[in-house]
Write a protein that binds this ligand. Sequence first.
Ligand SMILES: Nc1ncnc2c1ncn2[C@@H]1O[C@H](COP(=O)(O)OP(=O)(O)O)[C@@H](O)[C@H]1O
Ligand SMILES: [Mg+2]
Length: 268
Amino acid sequence: MSARTLRAEGLSVETWCKPRHETRAGREPVPLVRAAGLDLVTGEVLALVGASGSGKSLACAALLGVLPPGTRSSGGRILLDGIEADPAALRGRAVATVLQAPRTAFNPLRTLADHAAETLAVAGIRGGAAGTAMREAFAAVGLGDDPRVPGLHPFQLSGGMLQRAMIALALMSGAPFLVADEPTTDLDLVAQKRILDLLAGLVRARGLGLLIVTHDLGVVARLADRMAVMEAGRIVEAGPVARVFAAPAAPSTRALLAAHRALHGEPA
Ligand SMILES: Nc1ncnc2c1ncn2[C@@H]1O[C@H](COP(=O)(O)OP(=O)(O)O)[C@@H](O)[C@H]1O
Ligand SMILES: [Mg+2]
């Protein structure tokens, strides 16, 4: 199987000043993401790091074509296997998402099996094949042991189980790429490690391409092949994790590494 690529070029996102900043000339656009480039390859993990507010989530949202209200795209393009594509057309088909707060991603009135049936229908899988695919995906994320799980509603599941269910839905979509924006922030430490190990295992076993946003450089060192560092809306450094850790070029990368080493009591 040859590697597939998902490339974002020149992603740019802007907002408008609030009315109190309004000038006579009208609302000025304010750039939030500035010509960010991201390169994903199947079978590899790309970690996106950077201070809070540096534009990581908006860059992911632009890649997925789901920019929040109050923001708009001001440039850039997405290429799947070298061919320009509309991000909205890729979402859920070529690119699946794992969100920070899984509870918001589920309809509270519907069971996991309902969500699975919907996702599989989009992927063109129905009937008996859908049942098999659902059981296989729930088993792959560690939710296969309890036969009651598919019949449960979101409120009956813990945050960690919901995050597993969201990853199972991503697998059911058949998408070769996965975007996970701080997927473990809302989980306790044990669940965090399990979810990260699960994601890393799926990347290796199924050859998925994973973009993971994290503020934890320990996670980057353990899971990622390459990393990109964002600062004030720009990607200021990108490269193989080993190279960036050994010889960080950008001041903000050096600052992140120094903070990480101080936190873990390692020499700077
Ligand atoms: N919907 C929005 N409207 C206006 N500004 C936004 C919106 N969402 C995020 N921002 C701003 O864009 C910048 C980048 O945000 P974000 O991508 O969420 O950062 P990160 O994920 O790196 O913490 C921040 O300054 C944030 O305040
Ligand atoms: Mg964010």
